[in-house]
Write a protein that binds this ligand. Structure first.
Ligand code: GLY
Ligand code: MN
Ligand code: MN
Length: 438
């Protein structure tokens, strides 16, 4: 087996075969699915970002290769890859050859990518439908559309092109939305790494430390487990917790502040997504506790509401109701809950949704609505539950609540037996957090 690279553990053939078979079973008869690798992205001049495989390609092949195409038909599959060369190996290390590609992916039919353009016409000819993620690469779009068009025009000669081009979101992304037990096991592993990282940071945080030092602890724990950060980590002290996508992480922490840390591990493109909010010093202040417990109550209720048949909107409403009761009860909001709901003025304090799908992408694929209605949860879906409150520093807010931002986020599997919180071991109650600090 070749060196598969830092972020690419092997996926068992059984798992890959099951995924491909499910995809094939959902395809139109006489159809073709084309899935391409992700492009390399330039960071600066001739320096590239670390390579990130296309999630669909990885899901169906398990291949880390940077240049390739999967051609899947209802009863067969061929993968085209660019095999390594001695020169490339000198710079970038071993690349799988054609045999190794077959061994990793479990797809016996492997061809050199140089054959793809010449084979494309044959692959598409006679297909009624083509599954293809159009709109990402105009050169590729042109190649595929012009090849299809040429085949349609050559009908007199017996050729035929696809009458429909279907986005893989309608098939493949719906499959990806329902996690296999193998994926759930991997998600539990990234959850355990994330748990360790959060614990280390919470117990290490002290006044005078930089947000960047806490981020360094996260990276050390992730790397120790051959994982990476699932997304740019947010380590936001004090008022910066109210900046939803704060990733500068370049300020120094003060004693009386909270830190909102939205940070999690990914390995083999399987993601966690976890947020905890904790004091820099040893204890939450009373106002911090009061606000924290509102968010915690909302988060727990929203997790409990994440059952088969519930919807993302329903879970959001459950959390929102508790958050708004809390805002009124603490004297932060001057309007009634009903007024805030009617005018959506609660967005001043809570401006994002309560969850999203998670899996091979942190904001994972799969539709949220069906025929314009929120889709009911099914067993095997995994979503985040992440309510928060972000209190501005305005004069009309009681002074002790100003500039506090709190979010609590877990990853929840929907099961027949109720919600399974995959990240529940990450300390979350005030007692658990304060205990870690002492
Ligand atoms: N970390 C991104 C999110 O919570 O959605
Ligand atoms: Mn999230
Ligand atoms: Mn998050």
């Amino acid at each position: 087996m070749p060196d598969m690279g830092r972020f690419s553990p092997e996926i068992p053939h059984e798992e890959l075969n099951r995924r491909r078979a499910a995809c094939q079973a959902g395809m139109e008869p006489d159809s073709l699915l084309l899935v391409f690798t992700a492009p390399r992205r330039i960071m600066s001049n001739d320096v590239h970002y670390r390579y990130r495989q296309d999630s669909d390609f990885y899901y169906l092949t398990g291949l880390p290769v940077e240049e390739g195409v999967l051609a899947l038909m209802p009863d067969s599959a061929t993968v085209f890859v660019k095999p390594g060369s001695p020169e490339k190996e000198t710079w970038e290390g071993p690349q799988p050859n054609l045999d190794e590609t077959a061994e990793i992916s479990g797809i016996p039919s492997v061809k050199d990518l140089s054959e793809f353009d010449g084979t494309l016409e044959n692959l598409i000819n006679g297909k009624q439908a083509l599954y293809y993620a159009y709109g990402l690469d105009s050169v590729r779009d042109h190649l595929i559309l012009s090849t299809s068009q040429r085949l349609i025009l050559r009908g007199r000669a017996g050729a035929s092109g696809p009458g429909s081009i279907i986005h893989p979101a309608l098939l493949l992304h719906e499959l990806r939305l329902i996690k296999t037990s193998w994926e759930i096991e991997r998600m539990k592993e990234t959850a355990a790494i994330t748990d360790e990282a959060h614990r280390e940071v919470i117990s290490a945080a002290r006044p005078g430390m930089g947000e960047y030092e806490l981020e360094a602890i996260l990276h050390r724990v992730f790397s120790k487990h051959n994982a990476s950060e699932a997304y740019p980590s947010i380590v936001a002290g004090g008022r910066r917790a109210c900046i939803l996508h704060y990733i500068k992480n370049d300020e120094v922490l003060k004693d009386d502040e909270l830190v909102l840390m939205d940070a999690a591990a990914a390995r083999g493109y399987i993601h966690s997504d976890v947020t905890r909010t904790f004091p820099v010093g040893n204890h939450f202040s009373e106002p911090q506790k009061e606000l924290y417990n509102v968010v915690l109550q909302a988060q727990r209720a929203a997790v409990e509401a994440s059952v088969v048949g519930a919807t993302m909107d329903g879970v959001h409403e459950r959390a929102l109701n508790i958050l708004l009761d809390g805002l009124v009860g603490l004297g932060i909001a001057k309007e009634s809950k009903e007024q805030m709901l009617e005018q959506k003025s609660y967005r001043r304090f809570y401006m994002h949704r309560t969850g999203h799908w998670i899996g091979y992408d942190v904001h994972d694929v799969g539709s949220y609505y069906q025929k314009s209605q929120p889709r009911p949860f099914e067993p095997g879906m995994v979503c985040t539950v992440e309510p928060g409150l972000y209190i501005p520093g305005d004069d009309d807010i009681p002074e002790h609540f100003r500039n506090i931002g709190i979010r609590i986020e877990d990853d929840v599997e929907i099961t027949e037996n109720g919600p399974l919180n995959l990240t529940q071991s990450v300390p979350v109650s005030i007692e658990q957090i304060e205990e870690l600090k002492c």
